[in-house]
Structure formats: structure tokens, C-alpha cells
Design a protein around this ligand. Structure first.
Ligand code: ATP
Ligand code: MG
Length: 243
């Protein structure tokens, strides 16, 4: 897993601002993780594929690899990429690869001998950033006793330091507010203050991240919410539609 790393901002294009027709990008160097919420058919899997394709465009080979956790094969379009280390569907398989990820990331955690300059430029380890892309999270982990991703929870605050990114999509329904507050993985991602995309959903669900109340949206459209930067409309560009 050795390879060069380029510190600094690498904005990843995923779509357009519906009003201004300006590109909308995600900056995983600034915010390590991303949550995607939406009804069935809202365009969640397509957005995850757009993230994978966008990272591939922006990060040089050797700078980023992917682990796809994909219970319903929604990420098929990007699964054959040479940068996908594993494409896992069954909970048992997820458990095994997560154990390997945990071991790798433990080796990247800074020890007491890491100097302040090394911390600043993250030069105490070398290798690609690892994007763990999880689709259909509720199906994978209907309750915590069977959640194969739990070993990653305490790494979430160290995502930028160790080059670990969790990009996670969950169905949007009445149980979502509670999951965002109490599911260790979702709450752990939200606690980092990063962005979320809220796609089509029922207003009855009530206010979610950033106080955004979901509404009915065409497939692929939603709101990009950032606790510090506010919210803006997002129309996802499906990877197949990119020139
Ligand atoms: N950005 C987009 N632009 C246009 N059409 C889109 C876009 N994203 C998704 N769609 C359409 O919506 C359909 C559903 O998309 P997708 O499978 O990504 O949704 P999903 O939220 O993952 O659905 P599910 O809940 O069933 O997993 C796709 O077949 C596609 O036709
Ligand atoms: Mg899907």
C-alpha cells in the first residue's frame, strides 16, 4: 500500500448547484467523512458511485483506494475499478475486511515518537487514503449486535490523520433521526462536523442535520449540508453522464 501522498486540498466534483450551475465538490482533505440519506430510489447509490469516480479523477493512482461495502450490489458500476481493493456484500466478508482495515489504521495512528512537524504534514506513514464506501447501511447493520463496522468507530476522529474516509449511505425514514443520534457509526461521523447529503424524503421525518427537513426531490437531487458552511442544493452528476 505504499505510494506518494500530496497534502493539501483536492476538491472532488460530484454534481452541480441546481441554481447557479456551478460544480459542487467535496473536500475529503478538510472533512474526512460523508453521510448520504435518502428514500428508496432517491439516488444514494449513484451518488456513492459519483464519489468513487470523482476521487479517481482527482487523486493520482497510489493516492486513493476503495473498500466497497455493498449489500445490494448498488455500486456495481464502480466495483471493477482497479483501485477497489475489496467489494464485499455479506456481513461475514465485511467483518473480515474491517479487521484488516483496523490493523492497517492502527499502524498509522501517531505514536509518542511522532514529532510536531511530522504531525503537521502527516509524514509518519506512507500509502494511499482508504475510502470505505458503505451502501445500504441499515440493511447491513439493522442493530448494533451485528454491525461489522463497529471496529472503525473510534478511528473516525482520526480520519484525516490516518487517511481513513467513511462514505456511508442510509435509507431516510422515521428511524433516521434516532440513528443519527444513537448509532455509533453514524453519530461518530456526524460528531466530526463534516458534510451530509439529504436527498428525497418525507417532511414528516422532521429536521435532520443542519435543521434540514427532507422533502420530495427528483432522483439525484438533494441538499448538501455542512454544519459550518450551511446548506446548498446539489444535483448529482451520475458518473456515466460525465464526459
Ligand atoms: N443523479 C441522477 N440523475 C438522474 N437520474 C438519477 C440520478 N441518480 C439516480 N437516478 C435515477 O434514479 C434511480 C435510482 O437511483 P439509485 O439506485 O442511485 O437510488 P438509491 O437511493 O440507491 O435507491 P435504493 O434505495 O433502491 O438503493 C436510478 O436508476 C436512476 O435512473
Ligand atoms: Mg441504492
Amino acid at each position: 500500500m505504499d505510494g506518494p501522498r500530496t497534502p493539501g486540498s483536492r476538491p472532488v466534483p460530484v454534481g452541480e448547484d441546481r441554481h447557479g450551475r456551478r460544480p459542487v465538490c467535496l473536500d475529503f482533505d478538510a472533512d474526512a467523512h460523508l453521510v448520504v440519506l435518502g428514500d428508496a430510489g432517491a439516488g444514494k447509490s449513484t451518488l456513492l458511485c459519483a464519489v468513487v469516480a470523482g476521487v479517481e479523477r482527482v487523486y493520482a493512482p497510489g493516492e486513493a483506494v476503495f473498500l466497497l461495502v455493498d449489500p445490494r450490489h448498488g455500486l456495481l458500476d464502480v466495483a471493477s475499478s482497479s483501485r477497489v481493493l475489496s467489494w464485499v456484500r455479506a456481513r461475514r466478508e465485511v467483518h473480515d475486511v474491517v479487521r484488516d482495515v483496523r490493523a492497517l489504521m492502527d499502524r498509522r495512528l501517531p505514536g509518542p515518537d511522532v514529532t510536531p512537524p511530522q504531525r503537521r504534514d502527516r509524514s509518519w506513514w506512507r500509502g494511499p487514503e482508504l475510502f470505505v464506501v458503505v451502501d445500504d447501511y441499515r440493511m447491513l447493520a439493522p442493530h448494533q449486535q451485528v454491525n461489522p463496522l463497529l471496529p472503525l468507530v473510534d478511528l473516525l476522529p482520526h480520519g484525516r490523520d490516518v487517511g481513513l474516509h467513511l462514505v456511508i449511505a442510509r435509507e431516510l425514514d422515521g428511524s433516521t433521526p434516532r440513528a443519527l443520534a444513537h448509532d455509533p457509526l453514524l453519530a461518530g461521523v456526524c460528531d466530526q462536523g463534516g458534510p451530509a447529503v439529504i436527498m428525497s424524503g418525507s417532511p414528516e421525518v422532521g429536521p435532520l442535520l443542519g435543521g434540514v427537513v427532507p422533502s420530495a426531490q427528483p432522483p439525484g437531487q438533494g441538499v448538501l449540508v455542512h454544519p459550518a458552511e450551511g446548506s446548498r442544493p446539489l444535483a448529482v452528476t451520475p458518473p456515466a453522464a460525465r464526459p
